[in-house]
Design a protein around this ligand. Structure first.
Ligand code: ZN
Length: 245
């Protein structure tokens, strides 16, 4: 099973997402994920719209067919079905006096594991990264809410060493390293340094003076190492870090 198939069938426990027309092609493997096809595969032209820009990521260019899981994890109709099954609202938060507006996979971050699907807030993402769910699981985080990311994500099999799909980046997370880094980031953020300065190393001088040169230097020495060796991990930490209340 491919990663999308694992998410759709094993984690979301969904059935085949049936194509509008029978696929006439006789392919064995999915164009996008490379996973095995069953009798309900989709023809590419029915499955993929012209707005799909990640053609170069297709695992099996020789195929003219896409599996139900890959299609489902991109289509609104399947989003709706999965929301119904898992008691998530398929709509954007409803504003008073406005009609409900149907959302889709791309607008949200996702945490999938066995029969569980969470659409997390950033605070929930922070908790999830510090205390990962029972494997196998998949964590997909969007910053822009604009692109299909689920098919790019990896399945994690360990809580100590796992993957996070942060927008286009696949990040390898060693839990101990992340915890250590994140406590420094959290300290810096709560002292008043901006996320941007933590990420780039370009600090506002008056903030440094206000907080104290020695404190800043201790923090920056730790951050600098990671900024130079594992910028992805630092960007993940900055994305989810919360102010202590
Ligand atoms: Zn597929």
């Amino acid at each position: 099973m491919s990663n999308t198939q694992t998410i759709w069938y094993n984690m979301l426990k969904m059935d085949d997402f049936i194509p509008p027309k029978k696929n006439k092609h006789n392919d064995e493997h999915c164009w996008l994920c490379g996973g095995k096809l069953n009798e309900n595969s989709w023809a590419i032209k029915d499955a993929i719209t012209s707005s799909f820009t990640d053609v170069s990521l297709a695992k099996n260019n020789a195929s003219n067919s896409v599996c139900c899981a890959c299609v489902a994890l991109m289509k609104k109709e399947a989003w709706y079905e999965a929301c119904e099954k898992h008691s998530n609202s398929p709509y954007f938060p409803i504003k008073e006096g406005k009609k409900p507006y149907l959302a889709n996979w791309v607008f949200f971050s996702h945490i999938f594991n066995d029969n569980k699907w969470v659409i997390p807030t950033r605070a929930e993402l922070e908790q999830c990264l510090l205390n990962p769910p029972q494997p196998p699981f998949s964590i997909v985080i969007t910053e822009t809410g604009k692109k299909h990311l689920i098919f790019k994500s990896n399945i994690s099999l360990s809580r100590d060493h796992f993957f996070v799909q942060l927008e286009e980046q696949s990040i390898n997370v060693h839990l101990d390293d992340f915890k250590k880094l994140h406590s420094t980031v959290k300290e810096a953020y709560n002292l008043g340094f901006s996320k941007d300065s933590i990420l780039t190393g370009h600090y506002n001088y008056s903030t440094v003076l206000k907080i104290g040169f020695k404190i800043w230097q201790d923090i920056e020495n730790k951050l600098k190492k990671v900024r130079n060796t594992n910028k992805k991990l630092l960007s993940l930490s900055c994305f989810v870090v919360q102010k202590e209340t």
